[in-house]
Design a binder for this molecule. Structure first.
Ligand code: FAD
Length: 352
């Protein structure tokens, strides 16, 4: 068993941002990550995935992503390169291929049990993201469907769908981007709960972040935040714009039910389907916190800022707005990470 002040669970962008600030303290710490290399969820993004926010708006604290690439909207591999460089440059102590199974209180400390031994810590930061918990909605007959099913978490490229009858399900950015590249090669149908909301062509991740920041400040100052674009709306990155212009982004409402070989639409029409690509989002990966009894039925933990209310030696970083404003983005997680480390330092300081 290894003793340390702080264990950070997860070595993706959120874990690295927390590590960046921990490194500036006197605390001992380690990052435990179950992947074989740097990058967290970005290791699993599809082949053509690009940021929807420009490089200078997509950086962790310390070094701008735009200092590592000339691309305006960097490709997944450029983000991976940046995160690997970041980890090495700041000498962040990441232990790889270590899967955390549970966190339990043992006296004054927390025991972090993994498949590679145990760590005993005074504080734990959970930064495990959502990518390993893909969400697939339940549909009547869904368990009978014998065709191929894949979540966007595992989608790589359109080639394997060539000439097949495919449903792309989900009205967010993943659904739009995957539909944009599957539609030209397959007999594809885009299924969304509501008609998709396309943002104006000139609104990218930077505009969304600016606007969200202004609204956040307005709310904090008790002002009316006014109307806004929604963060889940579709950013018209060039491939999506081209698909819309080709007429490939016509969406239909969901089928009534699945059958062995396809779907039945609300008008009663049956249609054969070979494959379904679920672009239906993710849930927080928090199984390791189960022994602490903190995870609510909605899959989240009650926090004040990022600190767990039920177990104040545990912090949660990077899962979305419930763990800090824009904390699931490269540019947003830095602020949350700094506040988290400030709190950890204050809580571990010996009381005078
Ligand atoms: P992750 O990157 O998932 O890292 C968590 C790490 O913890 C992983 O390595 C995981 O394997 C590991 N882990 C999980 N459980 C355990 C365990 N029990 N033990 C040990 N290790 C564990 N953001 C932007 O800023 N700009 C964009 O343009 C943008 N585009 C996106 C496009 C798509 C399609 C998606 C899905 C996301 C996009 N994001 C973007 C958001 C961003 O990629 C994610 O929010 C981000 O990867 C989350 O980082 P994280 O460190 O919190 O989690």
């Amino acid at each position: 068993m290894t003793e340390t002040d702080v264990v950070v669970i997860g070595g993706g962008q959120s874990g690295l941002a927390v590590g960046y600030y921990l490194r500036r303290t006197d605390l001992s710490f380690v990052l435990l990550d179950d992947q074989k290399g740097p990058g967290g969820a970005w290791r699993h993004g599809w082949s053509s995935l690009r940021l929807f926010s420009p490089a200078q708006w997509s950086s962790l604290p310390g070094r701008l992503l735009s200092q590592r690439t000339d691309s305006e909207y960097p490709h997944r591999d450029e983000v991976l390169d940046y995160l690997a460089w970041y980890e090495g440059n700041y000498e962040l102590p990441v232990e790889r291929l270590v899967r955390v199974k549970s966190v339990r209180p043992v006296g004054e400390r927390l025991m972090v049990e993994t498949d590679m031994g145990a760590w005993s810590a005074r504080a734990v930061v959970s930064a495990t993201g959502t990518w390993s918990r893909p969400y697939v909605p339940e549909y009547p007959g869904g368990d009978r469907f014998r065709g191929e099913q894949l979540h966007s978490a595992r989608y790589e490229r359109p080639d394997s769908y060539a000439g097949r009858r495919v449903l792309v399900v989900g009205g967010g950015n993943s659904g739009a981007q995957i539909m944009a590249e599957v539609a030209p090669v397959a007999d594809a149908t885009w299924v969304t709960l509501e008609p998709p909301n396309f943002l104006p062509d000139d609104v990218d991740g930077r505009v969304l972040f600016d606007q969200a920041t202004q609204r956040y400040r307005a709310r904090q100052e008790g002002r009316d935040p006014g109307p806004a674009y929604t963060l889940g709306d579709i950013v018209m990155v060039p491939p999506v714009r081209r698909a819309r212009d080709r007429g490939d982004l016509q969406a239909v409402r969901p089928p009534e039910r699945f059958t062995d070989g396809g779907v039945v639409w609300p008008d009663g029409r049956e249609e054969a389907v070979d494959a379904v690509i679920w672009c239906t989002g993710f849930e927080p990966a928090l199984d390791h916190l189960a022994p602490l009894g903190l995870v609510r039925s909605d899959g989240r933990v009650t926090t004040e800022g990022t600190r767990s209310v039920g177990e104040p030696r545990v912090w949660l970083v990077g899962y979305g707005s419930w763990t800090g404003f824009a904390s699931a983005t490269l540019i947003g997680v830095g602020r949350t990470a700094r506040a988290t480390v400030d709190e950890i330092v204050a809580s571990l300081e010996p009381t005078p």
